[in-house]
Every structure is written in C-alpha cells, then in structure tokens.
Design a protein. Structure first.
Length: 215
C-alpha cells in the first residue's frame, strides 16, 4: 500500500466507525464466514487489513486468537483502544504490510481472513500468495471484497487499484496461490448514493483450503 494511501486511512481512522453501513457490512461478512467455515474456540486467525477491528472483534467471539494486521497506525490505534476498553484478551495487533519480512514470520494460522482490502492492493496475486504462506497446512482463507463494478463505488479513487473482482478472478487468484476447493458466494449487499441515484453493490466472499505442502 502506498504511503499516500496509508496517510489517507490514518486521517479517517477516528471517524471510520461512524458509518452504520460499514458496521453492518462487517457483521454480515463475519456471519457469512461462520456459515462457510467451521470456526472453533481453538482456531488462530489472521485478519489482514483489520482497520479499526470491525471484523476482528466479531471473530474474537468465535475463535481462540486473532492477530490483526494493518499498515495504518491510525487504524490500529482505534482498534487497540477498543480492545483495551472492552478487555478483550484474545487479540493482538501488528503494524506491517503483507510484503514486509515481519509478516512472513507471523503464524502459522488456521484461518486467514481479509475484508474489503484486496481492491486497495496493486498485486492481488502476490497478496494471496503471502496469505497462503502464513496459513497452516489444511488451513483456510476467506477473502471478502467487491464484486466487479463500474467504478462508482468510491467517490475518491485514491489508492483504489481495482474496481472489484469477478467470481472468475477470485477463483483464478486463489488457484494460482495454491488454494483448493475454492468457492465464491455473496456475503453482503451495500446500497450507496451515486450521481445517477442509489445503487446496490455486492460483496463477494471467496473461500479456499490450503492443500498439503509438497516436499
């Protein structure tokens, strides 16, 4: 993620949770993840691009431990405040990017999740491969992001590298990384005002399983 994009998220962090649509989306995505994957109280989970922790704090109720990773210190400050205020014992945070050496040393995790992050990443193939590398054998990845759209979802395209992803693109990206048993489903629908009026945008959830590592 570019410094420009990181600075942008740092600036909006304090007001990020004020959008009720954003809160509802996070909750619906976690509910869909739980329907598609068997979370249990012993599972270790990576939440990449965790932001202010909207997904992580929901997942923390279902799993053993969450590691929230984000490149924005401002976002993590808000998340850490919420963790401290609610006395949540099973979450820690790490400030880094998927391409950093520190990220490669994290894990292994039973499950890696990411929500509404990949369209901000220049090279999704490298990103998903990085997730593959920190997931344990037979672990899972769950990535929620925009269905392919016309570019009207964002009013400001700063730091937005992709106008969503088609189902086929999701499948291709996870397959190239090495995941198997891939399926794509709908997780949420968000309505936004556009210059041409209200418009619905679909959030897709891609699920994949890590196969055995070949020697």
């Amino acid at each position: 993620m570019s410094n420009e994009n990181i600075n942008r998220f740092n600036k909006v962090a304090s007001k990020w949770d004020e959008n009720p649509q954003r809160l509802k989306m996070a909750k619906n995505i976690v509910e869909r993840m739980a329907q598609e994957t068997s979370f249990d109280t012993s599972a270790s989970v990576l939440d990449y691009g965790c932001g202010t922790g909207l997904v992580s704090l929901e997942l923390a109720k279902l799993v053993g431990h969450i590691t929230g990773v984000d490149a924005s210190a401002g976002m993590l400050d808000i998340m850490n405040q919420k963790i401290a205020e609610a006395h949540i014992p099973n979450i820690n945070t790490v400030e880094c990017e998927y391409s950093d050496s520190v990220f490669a040393k994290l894990g292994p995790f039973d499950i890696a999740v990411s929500s509404m992050v990949m369209h901000h990443i220049d090279n999704p193939d490298q990103f998903v491969s990085a997730l593959y590398n920190v997931v344990s054998p037979s672990g899972h990845v769950l990535i929620a992001d925009l269905d392919e759209e016309d570019g009207s979802f964002h009013e400001d395209m700063t730091g937005v590298h992709h106008k969503g992803f088609s189902r086929d693109r999701f499948i291709e990206t996870l397959t190239v990384a090495g995941f198997t048993g891939i399926r794509v489903t709908e997780a949420h629908t968000m309505t936004r005002e556009t210059p041409s009026g209200p418009k619905d945008y679909t959030i897709l959830l891609a699920i994949g399983t890590k196969g055995k590592i070949n020697d």
